[in-house]
Design a protein around this ligand. Sequence first.
Ligand SMILES: C[S@@+](CC[C@H](N)C(=O)[O-])C[C@H]1O[C@@H](n2cnc3c(N)ncnc32)[C@H](O)[C@@H]1O
Length: 222
Amino acid sequence: MKDGYKWVGFQYEFTGRVYSFGRIPRCKTAMLKHLKPGQKLLVAGAGHGTEAIEAAQMGVDVTVVDLSATMLKHCRTRMDQCTEAAACMTCIHDDIFNLQKTETYDMVLANFFLNVFPEQRVDDVANHLATLVKPGGYFVVGEFVLPEKGMAGLFQNLNWYLAILFYSATTEATLHPVHDYAGLVRQSGCEIQDIEYFTILGLRLYWSILGKKPVRPPAVNP
Ligand SMILES: C[S@@+](CC[C@H](N)C(=O)[O-])C[C@H]1O[C@@H](n2cnc3c(N)ncnc32)[C@H](O)[C@@H]1O
């Protein structure tokens, strides 16, 4: 299986933390407060699994999926250091599209995952993730914010392009403008219930978007 993070995976978590002055790890765990012990969480493209381990420590039943053996190795090492987390976690080394557990999870979490996909593919990925959520469950996306107009947008774009230039040169991630993640959550059939922003010097740089899947799918107009 292709391992796009073979050479840079080791530094991913540490660099993200330093680069964002701690905002990225906070963004990744922000919506875990909506989960209860015993509920099922899927973390798509989990990387080193920061949010997965925190959720497992809360007694949540966690499944992590990642295509990269390197990323999963780091996740497993952290998991093994924490006995209570290890008992509640399952790691799957696979492409997320091979996970076909429709309407299984109380929450599907995609943190800094959708940004690796190009514009033509990201809709399919978001829609697939939403199919895995139980009716009434949550689809959560943690990401770089959609740049605003004016000066703020300049810095928000700079923050994004510095990161994606590095990762598109070193991994399978593609170079593209920031996706409209709120739009993707809505388009997948989920209703946005909450958005938490993570700022540096007052500038919004990251957001965690909480989408709720309706208990009954909305009526489709012919
Ligand atoms: C940008 S990293 C984010 C890692 C982690 N979510 C975080 O926030 O630290 C993207 C992750 O998605 C994984 N990935 C990319 N395409 C995937 C796919 N089709 N199926 C499963 N995982 C995938 C990569 O291996 C990588 O670990």
